[in-house]
Design a binder for this molecule. Structure first.
Ligand SMILES: [Zn+2]
Length: 112
């Protein structure tokens, strides 16, 4: 389904000529440029995950040109950042726990 580029008449699927003006439909079929390699692939997500900064840049640069790839890269970057934040929080909690338990262990030794 599309519209004639010449007269704007509505066109049905499989229609090869516009019923209003007779313009061939062939050149209307691709409204979205198909020559762009917008696969939204897993690799872009992986890249975003491994290099969040690159993922973020690709997400911003490709938003209009390659929306699917941009989303994949951005999602990878986001997941990476979230995991990093979680890891840092766990690390800090572990350090606090370790410091707390360390204090308990070493306290009796003070009056040796
Ligand atoms: Zn037409």
């Amino acid at each position: 389904m599309g519209y004639c580029t010449k007269c704007g008449a509505e066109l049905k699927d499989g229609q090869s000529f516009c019923t209003q003006c007779g313009k061939p439909v062939n050149d209307i079929s691709s409204n979205i440029p198909s020559n762009v390699n917008d696969d939204g692939g897993f690799l872009w997500g992986l890249l975003g995950f491994c290099v969040p900064v690159a993922g973020l840049i690709l997400y911003l640069v490709w938003q209009t040109e390659r929306p699917l790839s941009a989303k994949a890269a951005g999602k990878g970057a986001l997941v990476s950042v979230i995991l990093n934040v979680i890891f840092v929080i766990i690390y800090i909690i572990a350090m606090i726990a370790l410091a707390a338990s360390g204090a308990f262990i070493f306290e009796p030794g003070v009056g040796y």
